[in-house]
Write a protein that binds this ligand. Structure first.
Ligand code: IMP
Length: 172
């Protein structure tokens, strides 16, 4: 396996600061509930909330639709939210939007619970891989068709602990 650095800790931190400023402005007068999708988004969310300038509440949801490198497209809710979201302003925090299938299904599910608003924040997006349209309101970085790990993202549950984002590819 070869790892190629994609975004350093410094670059990630700077971008998260910018996203946090936008989110803090947009939700200044609102009661915001962050819904963090586990496991991939836990590092991103942990850094994001610490630079937000507004109070927030945080809830977690564990979903999986990805097995051994290819998206199955089937959403499995491993752990659902423990609270009601009806009438709340929700910001869904995701690690990466690839085909968009996972997020579009989570959005459908949460929208059916009648939140007051529902916006999306994702650290990464691979638009060239999209199979379904998903609008990301707060996006960290756009990348090409690469497989990335680190900063919470995994390959078969490995590499989440790396403090930076790196491309993972098989040696030629
Ligand atoms: P989608 O349903 O195809 O958009 O896949 C989204 C999910 O697949 C993400 O939440 C990740 O868990 C996983 N995923 C997609 N691309 C990558 C990648 O490059 N590295 C690690 N996980 C990825």
């Amino acid at each position: 396996m070869v790892q190629e650095m994609l975004f350093s800790e410094v670059q990630i931190k700077a971008r998260i600061g910018e996203l946090a400023r936008l989110i803090s402005q947009d939700y200044a007068e609102k009661d915001l509930l962050l819904v963090v999708l586990l496991k991939g988004a836990f590092v991103f969310a942990a850094d994001l909330i610490r630079v937000l300038q507004i109070p927030v509440q945080i809830e977690f949801m564990t979903v999986s639709s990805y097995r051994g490198g290819e998206s199955s497209g089937e959403l499995r809710i491993v752990q659902d939210l423990a609270i009601e979201v009806k009438g709340r302003h929700l910001l869904l925090v995701e690690d990466i939007v690839d085909t968009g299938l996972t997020l579009s299904r989570v959005i459908e599910l949460l929208a059916s619970r009648q939140p007051l608003s529902l916006a999306i924040c994702s650290l990464l997006s691979k638009p060239s891989r999209r199979l379904t349209a998903v609008e990301v309101d707060y996006l960290g970085f756009t990348i090409g068709d690469l497989f990335v790990v680190g900063y919470g993202l995994d390959c078969d549950q490995q590499y989440r602990q790396l403090p930076y984002l790196t491309e993972l590819r098989l040696a030629d």
